[in-house]
Ligand binder design. Sequence first.
Ligand SMILES: N[C@@H](CCC(=O)N[C@@H](CS)C(=O)NCC(=O)O)C(=O)O
Length: 205
Amino acid sequence: MADELVLYTNPRSRGRVARWMLEEIGQPYRTEVLYFGTTMKAPAYLAINPMGKVPALKHGDAVVTEAAAICAYLADAFPQAGLAPSPGDRLRAPYYRWLFFGAGPIEAAVSNKAAGVAVPPERERMMGYGNIAQVMNVLEAAVSRGYLVGDSFTAADLYVGFAIGFGLMFGTFEKRPAFEQYWRRVSSRPAFIRAKGLDDTSAPR
Ligand SMILES: N[C@@H](CCC(=O)N[C@@H](CS)C(=O)NCC(=O)O)C(=O)O
């Protein structure tokens, strides 16, 4: 029997990106919903993710946390889904580049913006993202190509696309036409629509 996949999540969290990825993979999985401040910080869950944050994924006895790592892990564990270039393929270069750009510069720039943290210009050179305008301009050019890696959708588009969609909704991303078009393209995928439906209907009160 195949190892069980378990998603630890909360529908109002970055767990949504992991569910989208699981829906793309098309393998059966079980969901455990954790609640902010209670079960998410309880010893049983801290044994899975000592950060007390969601998402986390268990695959048999393997545990992976960090939304981007979950996407990368699943893409490699289930290559038949075609969501990552094969190891050794030169397209692995832009694939890693954009996944890490999403989890590093985009995440940090957008989180700082949301928290009202202003980086003084003289400190930009030590910030991994420089400044948010630079991150947005680089990303705008990248998504204007169509997909981030070669000519097809990968886990990098899923992870970065989710950040764009979330940012457009919550105002941390400017409504630039390239972002809106890209988000329309990636969010029209049947797996995203299924994942959204599942999370929207399991939203805790
Ligand atoms: N770096 C983590 C961040 C995960 C994270 O911050 N999750 C938030 C929800 S979106 C969370 O679980 N917060 C609960 C808490 O910190 O108590 C990832 O990318 O997965």
